[in-house]
Write a protein that binds this ligand. Sequence first.
Ligand SMILES: [Cu+2]
Length: 177
Amino acid sequence: MVAFTNIAVAATAILGFASAAPSAAPPTGVIHRIFAGSTTANKGLHFEPENVVAEIGDLIEFHFLPKNHTMTQSSFDKPCEPLAGGIFSGFNFQTPAGEANNVFTFTVQNKEPFWYYCSQTAGDHCQSGMSGVINQNFNSPNTLTAYKAKAVGTTTKQPSANPLDSQGGQIVPNKAL
Ligand SMILES: [Cu+2]
């Protein structure tokens, strides 16, 4: 009985580790490109598309347009605030014109809603509606519209003291250039 308990504990530990690892899901080969700073919507304070449905193992690839945006993971309940241990692109994609030289990528690990915002405070991007969601639960009142409404009046917070410290994803060359 003691031995069985130990095995169960060990299995839980392994599963916990696997779900926390950034690249645990086998890749599907599907890439979802999301553009930060669309020039056609909301005066550029916009992710396009801002509502994405993705499968586990799909790659999410953020392309950055002017001027200096981020992708910062949050919870639904606290818009414009980083989720503890969440994914963050860092302020590594400043560009005066056209797409930044690098993109930010990560692999979808589960089907839970993934909420994110831009943490640029010059111009209050998050409060102005620069946010998005991957795998929204369409049977839930937690919609992107509700997130944006809740974001108004919040104060943007950063995930790290160093604005360049990305976490949970990869910065790789932009093959579209
Ligand atoms: Cu922004």
